[in-house]
Ligand binder design. Sequence first.
Ligand code: CU
Length: 186
Amino acid sequence: MSSRLALSLLALATAAAISSCGSAETPTAAAPVAAAPATPAPATPAAPALSITDPWVKTAKKGMTAAFGTLVNNSGADVTVVSGTSPLSPMIELHEVVDKDGKMVMQPKQGGFVIPAGGSHELKPGGDHIMIMDAKEAVEPGAEIPFTLTFADGGTFEFTAIGKDFAGAKEDYQPGMDMEDESHNG
Ligand SMILES: [Cu+2]
C-alpha cells in the first residue's frame, strides 16, 4: 500500500467521523398534535319549550291539594297549558283564584295557563295553581309527584314536584271549606 493511499483513506475516515458527529442534534420541535378525531357535535335535542322552577305540591291527606311552581317559556312563541295529569289523581284541573264579592274563590281557568314567549307564569298559593281534586294517597313532605302538562298544540311537558308543607295561604285546599262549594260545582 502506498503512503498516499493510506493518507487518502485516513482523510475519508476522518470526514465521515466529523459528519456523523455534526448532526447529533435531536429534533426539538414538538410533534404535531394529532388532530382530534372528527367527532360530530352531540345531537342536542331542541330545548323544550317549557321548564318549571321549584315545583312543589302542598302536603295533604287524600283528597284535594295543589301543585305550584314557576312555568318558564324558553321558546319564542307563547305556550298555552290546557290540561294536566298525574298518577296522584285521576282529576287534575288548572285553577285560578278570583275575588267574588270580596271572597277569594278558586275556579277552573278558562283557556288554561298562557306562558308568554320568553316569559314565565307563576303558580302560587292564592293564585293560579294545578288543582289536584282527588288525591288517591297522602302527599308526604319530600314526596316526588310526577305531572304531565299538555299544551294547546298537543305538546307535553313532564316534571316532578316535591311534597312540601305549607300553611300560609288564605285558602285551604282541604275539602269542606266554603270555597269548594262555590268553585267546584260543575
Ligand atoms: Cu283549586
